[in-house]
Ligand binder design. Structure first.
Ligand code: PLP
Length: 361
């Protein structure tokens, strides 16, 4: 008998990750590959995290601390909440899945932007929820239209801020107006994976809504500025009630022991975070100027990547850059997303892209 697979699952396609470095090396026989595809920290992990890992290996035969006592306490101290308000995930990706499983029943609606992190749609669809997709305006979340899209079936509203892949933010004022219109039975998910890179003075304080006891959750990750994407660890901050519900669905050992140790050390390494921010800010200026010199204006970004219209087939640009050993992300049509790298990596990207632009003329 044939497998019975629900149409919702059939409608999904597997997530396409940024191309791994060794895959490209194997395929093209390249020695130097520059990966600017997945918004990872080009400086690597915090040295303190690496040191913490080398002490943790001897305990690998034991299960991790399922309650992640130390890391949750450290995060609670950092954000001035209690540890009952913190949940860890196998990356914040896993928390998105837990949110869908905990709060959606088949047919429930989840509001999201049309051009945002693709995992929201995947997780909502996988539990037979209904993604309600609201177009961006000027590459930015249109919170007024998102508020208008709320119906009695709405359970979740995803706000990716800064937004991936555009890099844009919504202001504190816009979020305030949204929160004034969101009913009590809708949970607002603030996905702030790039929070530590933001410099804009009008960036909202999403944590304040949690403090007020609103139905909100703030998701952060150790995969981006903390440089620990390979270990898979992220966290959510919310009300004790919401965290309690999520914990009922959470696999007990979802945050592994090495990740817990490394994240705790990375959280205390302010110097590495400050350096990473500074390198990113300089790189943003470098790549931004380089693109503008080619007549291309990137969308204003508060994250660690730039999104731009390459003005030619993006797939061709992606492939041509690959042949030069540079991995970027082709999102759709003529749009490309490039992660900010170290100065020499940015230079290599700009040079290769310039050759492509000139070759196409
Ligand atoms: C990278 C990213 C995440 C987090 O990824 P994890 O590695 O699973 O923590 C979450 N949301 C957005 C928008 C991202 O870009």
């Amino acid at each position: 008998m044939a497998l019975q697979v629900h149409a919702d699952i059939r409608s999904l396609s597997p997530y396409v990750p940024g191309k791994p470095i060794d895959e490209l090396q194997r395929e093209l026989g390249l020695t130097r590959v520059i990966k600017l595809a997945s918004n990872e920290n080009p400086l690597g992990p915090s040295p303190k995290a690496l040191a913490a890992l080398s002490g943790a290996q001897a305990m690998l035969h034991r299960y991790p601390d399922g309650g992640a006592y130390q890391l949750r306490q450290a995060l609670a101290d950092r954000w001035k909440v209690t540890s009952e308000q913190i949940i860890l995930g196998n990356g914040s990706d896993e928390l998105l899945g837990l949110l869908a499983r905990t709060f959606l029943t088949p047919g429930d609606e989840a509001i999201m932007a049309d051009h945002t992190f693709v995992i929201y749609k995947m997780e909502v669809t996988a539990v037979h929820g209904k993604p309600v997709v609201v177009p961006l305006v000027n590459w930015t979340h249109d919170l007024e239209s998102m508020a208008r899209a709320i119906t009695p079936r709405t359970r979740l509203l995803f706000l990716c801020n800064p937004n991936n892949p555009t890099g844009t933010i919504v202001s504190a004022e816009a979020v305030n107006r949204l929160m004034a219109n969101v009913p009590e039975d809708v949970l607002v998910v603030f996905d702030e994976a790039y929070f530590e890179y933001v410099r804009h003075p009008q960036f909202p304080d999403a944590m304040a809504y949690v403090m007020q006891g609103r139905n909100a959750i703030v998701l952060r990750t150790f995969s981006k500025i903390y440089g620990l994407a390979g270990l898979r660890i992220g966290y959510g901050v919310s009300t004790p009630e919401i965290i309690d519900f999520l914990n009922r669905v959470r696999p007990p050992f979802n945050a592994n022991s090495l990740a817990q140790k490394a994240a705790l050390a990375a959280l205390g390494d302010d110097a590495h975070v400050a350096k990473s921010r500074a390198v990113n800010e300089a790189g943003m200026a470098q790549v931004g100027e380089g693109l503008r010199a080619l007549g291309i204006t990137p969308i204003p970004s508060e994250a660690n990547f730039l999104y731009f219209d390459a003005k030619q087939d993006g797939r061709r640009v992606f492939d041509a850059l690959l042949r030069e050993g540079i991995i970027v992300r082709h999102i759709e049509g003529t749009m490309i997303r490039v992660t900010i790298g170290q100065p020499d990596e940015n230079t290599a990207f700009l040079q290769a892209f310039k050759n492509i632009v000139n070759g196409a003329r």
